[in-house]
Design a protein around this ligand. Structure first.
Ligand SMILES: [Zn+2]
Length: 217
């Protein structure tokens, strides 16, 4: 656990503090990069779609990019569920309209959604959301059962979940088309909350991907 003094918004601090911080941030950015806000006022053309976890420790900020450079979708445990209108709409807009060149699915170690998926404890509504991760757990149960250390097991499931979500993204018809024409690449990474570093995962071939191919003709 990090020492409390590291955090700039201690518990109990007034919301007005956030407004003041925003003002100061905007002034700092304006000083260092005077063209940024006027450029962003004209529109956006990010090259990257980031799909990450809602965890407060993990964000696209780790890429050290500026406002306007990354389109973002975040949810618990960075899932791309078939039938989730939110993530599907984000992907459609990013690929069709913004024409991003990269989709980055980022999982992370010590993920609460992953920990929850490893238990049998009933949590309510979120159990439906976590179902996709439980499917990944079941699919890889032999590998996961062989890992005795709970933290290592959770971290490995976080990686396997990234791989599964990359496959889900690649099964999306718009993504498949854009990857096919060379417009788009899809990557899977995992973020280490203890170091701030992301590592790229080897994404194995999705043997079933061709079965998801659809065409108008
Ligand atoms: Zn998480």
């Amino acid at each position: 656990m990090a020492p409390k003094q590291l955090f700039r918004f201690p518990p109990g601090e007034a919301f007005t503090t956030l407004l003041q911080r925003n003002k100061e941030w905007a002034e700092r950015v304006q000083t260092v990069r005077p063209s940024l806000f006027p450029t962003n006022a004209q529109g956006q053309s990010p090259q990257i779609l980031w799909i990450g976890c809602s965890d407060s420790r993990v964000s696209e900020a780790c890429l050290d990019l500026l406002p306007g450079e990354v389109f973002v979708h975040r949810n618990i445990a960075n899932c791309v569920h078939n039938g989730d209108l939110n993530s599907l709409s984000v992907i459609q807009y990013a690929v069709q309209v913004l024409k991003v060149r990269h989709i980055v699915v980022c999982g992370h170690y010590d993920c609460g959604g992953i920990w929850a998926s490893l238990t049998t404890k009933k949590l309510g509504l979120i159990d439906n959301w976590l179902r996709g991760i439980r499917d990944v757990k079941v699919k890889h149960r032999i590998e996961l059962d062989a890992i005795k250390d709970p933290r290592q097991k959770a971290n490995r499931l976080a990686e396997l979940n990234v791989i599964a979500q990359v496959h889900n993204v690649l099964r999306n018809d718009l993504v498949m088309e854009a990857v096919g024409t060379g417009q788009l690449q899809v990557h899977g990474v995992v973020y280490d909350v203890g170091s701030g570093l992301i590592s790229e995962l080897d994404i194995p071939e999705d043997e079933d991907q061709s079965l998801y191919y659809i065409t108008e003709n």
